[in-house]
Ligand binder design. Structure first.
Ligand code: AAO
Length: 476
């Protein structure tokens, strides 16, 4: 396992999923650094499939978002830009104090097509100068299913050795394959990348992930790279996120689902209300806070057919859920910000040849990470640090309030009407400026002032779908 090797928690990150490199660089300098985001996660930068024709049936999108999950080579010419642009982006972000995390597609190569964004051509299981049939499980006779694909997601040998939705599954146990993958990741580290989201990590045994990780160099900050594994829940113990915790941190998909239930599935008996989040995190059956990347949604869950997760279409509720996660502080919170879509396969705004155009907020890009209320809570999260959640209060419906040690206090209202509460803030008496509705200016406050009495109690009106948050530092 990753064991005791020194690494770094990523802090608060934003996933600028499928933003092109030029736009990520600009955003690091203009927005992310100043707002206090610690890091940015970007989409898979390796060369990928570039489709030349529509598939069969109801296929209507030539360049669906998922082209980038079909690796063709480890050159960095992609839908998001060139290798030079990628390098420059990482440098610019680091200069702005923002670390860069990469979505690493290392479990498989492509599963269709023959042409790529980087101009490299290929045929099934043959990638010139990189991989041949001997580097894949199926042609090596190591996948036990009848058609080479994963038919049973509960069968370990299939999940590890067969093709996930037709994607050619690499023999990640082999020395040659591990050397190619580590070569790719070490190149990214050399460019200044701080860590990885390992795509489809559930489809590799922990021992293979450990072997690859052990080949990785230290980052520019002198620590081993951050390593978060995409291991979705479901299946037997050996395939569950918990089984991978010795090898890395994991993505908190179950937490995202619990948030959706609390924020959206309000029922008369309050079982699905915001108050239910009084118990969240490990106590609610989730993976340990220090081992989890937490989020409201990601690029897969936002497209979930059953609507089990919130997404940008939930508007104010989506923003509020991010604010709640930043306030609660479970895991390493990751804000999700990407493009608006109508059908599941939709491409991000792009040129006809599939190359993604510069991100313009409001013109196809949601830019939820720029929301004033979210940015305010990034700062609040940073200020209260690891202080314990205390003084929890709820109306047993859709308003909750709590302190973080004696560093800060917050109240959130998921109801559709403002609500007046009288609660213990845990703060010394005085007047405090609400960092969500305003800011301190010339000794005054441009927003709501929270008056805390000598016993720590305050009477506060929490806006509908809104937040009031103060810290010791926002005392007037
Ligand atoms: C595309 C086409 C395919 C074509 C293929 C190859 O759509 O028709 O065959 O190309 O030509 C993305 C897209 C795919 C796309 C692919 C490649 O989503 O549609 O295929 O790019 O372009 C499993 C994996 C997990 C994976 C997820 C989608 O375990 O790793 O499927 N996620 C990542 C990425 C994803 C990407 C890939 C992997 C591939 O984030 O964007 O695919 O690089 C259960 C199982 C999970 C399983 C899910 C979904 O989870 O346990 O292992 O994930 O189902 O199938 C509850 C349930 C739990 C369930 C969970 C999540 O908790 O209890 O059982 O919800 O729904």
């Amino acid at each position: 396992g990753r064991g005791s090797r020194s690494t770094q928690e990523p802090g608060v990150t934003v996933s600028l999923w499928e933003w092109n490199w030029r736009s990520v660089a600009r955003e690091c300098t203009d927005v992310l650094g100043p707002a206090g985001y610690d890091g940015v996660q970007v989409a898979p930068p390796q060369n990928s499939l570039k489709r030349t024709a529509l598939g069969n049936g109801s296929d209507t999108v030539l360049h669906p978002w998922w082209e980038v999950y079909q690796a063709v080579s480890y050159d960095l010419t992609s839908r998001m830009g060139t290798e030079a642009q990628f390098k420059k982006m990482v440098k610019t972000c680091r200069r702005a104090g923002v670390k860069v995390y990469v979505d690493a597609v290392i479990n498989h190569t492509t599963g269709q097509g023959s042409t790529s964004y980087g101009g490299v051509d290929y045929t099934p299981y043959r990638y010139d100068g990189l991989y041949g049939p001997e580097d894949f499980h199926a042609p090596s006779g190591e996948c036990p299913s009848s058609d080479g694909g994963i038919q049973d997601f509960n069968a370990k040998a299939q999940v590890w050795n067969c093709n996930l939705v037709g994607l050619e599954d690499l023999r990640t146990g082999s020395d040659d394959v591990q050397a190619e993958i580590a070569g790719y990741l070490n190149k990214l580290i050399r460019y200044g990348v701080s860590g990885f989201r390992v795509d489809a990590a559930k489809h590799m045994p922990p021992r293979d992930l450990d072997a690859i990780y052990s080949r990785l160099n230290r980052t520019k900050d002198g620590v081993k790279p951050y390593w978060s594994l995409e291991v979705l829940p479901g299946g037997p113990g050996v395939l569950r996120p918990e089984a991978y915790l010795r090898s890395g941190d994991v993505l908190g998909v179950d937490g995202a689902r619990q948030m959706q239930q609390a924020f959206k599935s309000y029922t008369a008996d309050h079982t699905g209300s915001l108050s239910s989040l009084e118990v969240f995190g490990a106590a609610a059956g989730l993976t340990p806070s220090g081992k989890t990347v937490s989020f409201v949604t990601n690029h897969d869950s936002e497209r979930n057919d059953a609507g089990d997760y919130l997404n940008y279409k939930d508007g104010a509720t989506y923003v509020l859920a991010h604010q709640w996660l930043l306030a609660d502080g479970y895991g390493s919170p990751q804000v999700y910000s990407s493009f608006a879509w109508v059908t599941k396969d939709d491409s991000p705004p792009a040129r006809a040849d599939g190359r993604i155009t510069d991100a313009v907020c409001g013109q196809g890009w949601t830019c939820v990470h720029r929301d004033r209320g979210i940015v305010a809570m990034v700062g609040w999260h940073d200020y209260v640090g690891a202080a314990k959640r205390v003084n929890f209060w709820t109306d047993d419906a859709n308003v909750v309030a709590f302190s973080k040690g004696n560093r800060g206090w917050v109240a959130l209202n998921n109801g559709t009407a403002p609500k007046e509460v009288r609660v213990q803030t845990g703060l010394p008496g005085g007047r405090y400026c609400d960092v969500v509705s305003g800011a301190e200016q010339a000794g005054g406050c441009t927003g709501t002032v929270v008056t805390v009495g000598s016993t720590g109690f305050a009477t506060v009106t929490v806006p509908a779908k809104g937040v009031v948050a103060v810290t010791r530092a926002s005392r007037l």
